[in-house]
Design a protein around this ligand. Structure first.
Ligand SMILES: [Mn+2]
Length: 387
């Protein structure tokens, strides 16, 4: 028998039922390129079946935190009862899902993050990393799983052009999320790249034709476009990636792309400054891990700083934006270290944490920062002794 991702068919059937019975549907996605692409594919697939999406929501990580947030539920509750589909939002929202259910939402979670112990009591959870999932490949982006879901949802109503337009987004998201380029992903990226070259999505088309990318070969064009779009800048509800991938007005798009280009240049300079600041502090300390944060650091850029720190020092790097009472952080680690497992050993000290072994995040009360750092060092050294 052909292996399928656990609960995938169930999720497709539930969405199909919601379309038929004209239930309200809410799409809820992480604001990065993977989350935005997931939302777009679902929106267009539902649209192609004559369904309608009542609301799209991207939480602002800096203000609300990651995943399904209480701020979001407060905003969305007027729409209940409705089908709430959360994509690329992690698998740790036990409490928030409980609240959503009490508010009258039916909840589907589609995700690709590591499961942390218990899973939320959503109506349907699709995550190849959950227990009992026998699908052999585990390295999908969230968008890759969403694509498989809409394949099941649309069946033979998936036209060649729809498939091509979805695969472009799967390729972008898979590359953006740095998922392994093997097995199913390899096929998605190869096919997606083919469609990307001749994209009829106005945003992609204009991006790849942009003057400042002219001199690069297509692969490089695409990778530059991805890094420019993979920012979680939620403004008036939507991240830029979502706008660029869905807008149709070419004047508006040209402005957005130009704006992104300028932002990217400023961003690059700012990352360099922050990385240097961090570096000056790191070399003064001789510690087994890097644990640095600052109130002045720009949250959307700290992941880049953490990546640079791993590259330069070869140590697990925890970099955070300090806010009034809490800090929101990002983690990058060298090969052989699992950041989610490591944080799991200190999980009582954080508000939330999660992600992928090599790239993850956390949110913590400022009063626990010192203890968290001490715990991480202790646990990391313990593990190192074993190896
Ligand atoms: Mn993702």
């Amino acid at each position: 028998m052909k292996k399928v991702i656990k609960n995938l068919k169930k999720a497709a059937n539930r969405i199909s039922k919601a379309i038929e019975s004209k239930e309200k549907i809410i799409l809820y996605g992480d604001a990065d390129l993977d989350g935005a692409s997931s939302v777009i594919i679902l929106k267009e697939a539902i649209g192609s079946l004559g369904g309608e999406v009542s609301e799209i929501y991207f939480p602002d990580r800096e203000i609300e935190g990651y995943g399904i947030t209480k701020t979001a539920l407060k905003h969305l509750k007027k729409l209940a009862p409705a089908l709430l589909i959360a994509v690329d939002c992690g698998i740790g929202n036990i409490e928030e899902v409980k609240i959503a259910k009490e508010l009258g939402f039916s909840v589907i979670i589609i995700d690709h993050h590591k499961v942390l112990g218990k899973i939320p009591k959503a109506d349907i959870v699709v995550d190849p990393l959950q227990k009992g999932d026998n699908y052999p490949f585990k390295g999908f982006s969230a968008t890759g799983i969403v694509f498989k879901t809409v394949e099941a949802l649309l069946g033979d109503k998936m036209s060649e052009s729809l498939r091509g337009s979805f695969l472009q987004l799967v390729a972008l998201a898979t590359i953006a999320d740095m998922m392994p380029k093997v097995e199913d992903n390899k096929v998605y990226i190869e096919e997606g790249m083919m469609y990307l070259k001749n994209s009829w999505r106005p945003g992609i088309k204009l991006f790849l034709e942009a003057n400042f990318l002219k001199r690069y070969p297509i692969q490089e064009k695409v990778s530059r476009m991805i890094s420019m779009m993979n920012i979680r800048d939620v403004e008036d509800k939507f991240p830029t990636s979502f706008r660029v991938l869905t807008a149709t007005d070419s004047k508006e798009l040209e402005n957005m792309i130009w704006d992104l280009k300028e932002k990217t240049e400023i961003k690059r300079e700012r990352i360099r400054e922050m990385a240097q600041e961090a570096e000056e502090r790191i070399i003064k300390k001789e510690e087994p891990i890097i644990f640095e944060g600052d109130e002045s650091w720009d949250y959307p850029l700290i992941s880049a700083v953490a990546s640079i720190a791993v590259r330069n020092f070869g140590k697990p790097s925890f970099v955070f934006k300090k806010m009034k009472k809490e800090s929101q952080g990002t983690v990058r680690v060298p090969d052989g270290v699992d950041s989610v497992v490591l944080m799991g050993k200190c999980k009582d000290l954080v508000i939330t944490y999660g992600g992928h072994p090599k790239a993850s995040g956390f949110r913590i009360k400022n009063k626990n920062l010192k203890k968290f750092k001490a715990c991480l060092i202790k646990e990391y050294e313990k593990d190192k002794d074993i190896h």
